[in-house]
Write a protein that binds this ligand. Structure first.
Ligand code: FMN
Length: 179
């Protein structure tokens, strides 16, 4: 069938933002972003105040040469000052069976570390055991971006396990990958 110029194109049935909306509401953005399936990481640092970590799906590779990655942390996160002053970060990519760690590190503040297996990596940042990959990093810069800071970091060491299955995050749910 030929498109007719005088017939308006149908609005996408799932489009939640009417034309002219001055700013996409946060809940709509969050809900739509839920369709973008991601892996799940725990990003950590160690300072003289102790160990810090939070569950993150904002982890990205930014550059291969030089090796740069980024993650975003909410400015009102309990651990924001620790990450802003840390000498190193570790990003541990969670395996399908590590849902409990994803939930534990998504809770605000408190001691998240009791009973957690890790070793101390670059810059004092803890690397979680049994993760499917880890990236040990040095801080490069922290960039203001709305209600978050974007942390840009240089990768100093990587480890990965070929055959492990990832934990996934899709539409607000955590799940293991099926084969
Ligand atoms: C799957 C998943 C991904 C998340 N990704 C991020 C993220 O990229 N950045 C962020 O600031 N918070 C993210 N969160 C929320 C934080 O993990 C949560 O706010 C945590 O409490 C922050 O720790 P803190 O307040 O102790 O610093 C995510 C939560 C979940 C469950």
């Amino acid at each position: 069938m030929q498109a007719s110029a005088d017939r308006a194109l149908p609005t996408h049935p799932q489009c939640a933002t009417p034309p002219g909306t001055p700013q996409v509401p946060a809940l709509q953005l969050r809900t739509a972003m839920g369709s973008f399936a991601t892996g799940v990481t725990v990003v950590t640092c160690g300072t003289d105040q102790g160990l810090f970590g939070f569950t993150a799906n904002s982890f990205q590779c930014v550059s291969l040469e030089p090796p740069l990655v980024s993650f975003c942390l909410a400015k009102d996160a309990w651990s924001i000052a620790a990450f802003a002053g840390a000498a190193g970060y570790a990003v541990s990519v969670l395996a399908a069976g590590q849902q409990d760690l994803a939930l534990r590190f998504s809770r605000r503040g408190g001691d998240k570390w009791a009973g957690v297996d890790y070793h101390v990596g670059h810059g004092g940042a803890p690397v979680l055991s049994d993760s499917i990959a880890s990236f040990e990093c040095s801080p490069v810069s922290a960039i203001e971006a709305g209600d978050h800071l974007i942390f840009l970091a240089r990768v100093e060491r990587v480890c990965h396990r070929e055959l492990a299955q990832p934990l996934l995050f899709f539409r607000g749910q955590l799940s293991g990958a099926s084969a």
